[in-house]
Design a protein around this ligand. Structure first.
Ligand SMILES: [Zn+2]
Length: 258
């Protein structure tokens, strides 16, 4: 951990993060719809009018436009400023926590992939291969220069993908219906490649735990059965984020219980 950052650098990291967040919003909107993420430029999803530069400023434009398109008055999703603010905060915290180096780059790319997967899974119950498969390759490539090292990374991607693949296949074999999509094993393989096998197990434990709690909560509130609970990819993303930030002390504490 490095010293607290000078204010100017923190502001720069935050602004850069917000711009990246704005790009993540484009990915979240276009990837499930099969669109290109580099072309055309941003447009209103309701009236398709191209946005001017001042309608594209992260967070600020949303507040300034009062969550509505300037011409058609169509509602702009709260997801846009939320993703931009979250990415911005992530850049500031990660920069402060890891300091400059390959681990910072690895963790920032990982965080961006998790944000995109979370948002797409929440809205479409889908974890696109276009994110998870390159994610596995990027995570493994980084492991040659940063934590967790390539052996732990390889074990992580095999264990993460393997465990969820077996669960998915077993569930299908018993119930003859899909309980877990095939995107989930690929996502946990990606998490394994970035974090290594130990933190992948922490991620799976956290995701299963929070998934069960939220699922039971929804059932108790009469908001649907277990089957229609939130998509598992969202819990994997949240679990991985916690594991990446607080995993090692969490793991020590857990192993200390035995
Ligand atoms: Zn519009």
């Amino acid at each position: 951990m490095t010293e607290a950052p000078p204010l100017l650098l923190a502001v720069f990291a935050g602004a850069f993060g917000a711009l990246i967040g704005s790009f993540l919003n484009v990915c979240i909107h276009r990837l499930p719809r099969g669109g290109s993420i580099v072309w055309p430029s941003s447009a209103c999803p309701h009236c398709s009018r191209e946005l001017s530069w001042y309608e594209n400023i992260p967070v600020v434009s949303y507040l300034f436009l009062r969550a509505k398109c300037r011409t058609c008055k169509g509602a702009i999703s709260i997801r846009y400023p939320f993703v931009e603010a979250l990415t911005s905060v992530m850049f500031v915290l990660a920069w402060w926590y890891y300091g400059p180096g390959p681990l910072l780059a690895s963790r920032l790319i990982f965080g961006c992939l998790l944000i995109v997967l979370f948002a797409i899974d929440l809205e479409h119950q889908l974890l696109p291969n276009a994110i998870t498969l390159p994610g596995i390759a990027i995570g493994f490539a980084f492991s040659f220069f940063a934590e967790p090292g390539w052996i732990a990374s390889l074990l992580g991607l095999l264990a993460g993908g393997g465990i969820l693949y077996l669960i998915a296949v077993t569930y299908y074999w018993i119930r003859h219906e899909e309980g877990l999509g095939m995107g989930d094993p690929k996502m946990l393989a990606m998490i394994g490649a970035f974090l290594g096998w130990r933190l992948t197990l922490v991620t799976l434990m956290l995701a299963s735990l929070t998934g069960s709690v939220v699922g039971l909560g929804l059932m108790a509130a009469g908001k649907g059965t277990m089957k229609y609970a939130l998509p598992f990819g969202c819990f994997l993303a949240a679990g991985a984020a916690i594991a990446a930030g607080a995993g090692p002390p969490l793991l020590d504490w857990y192993l200390g219980l035995f």
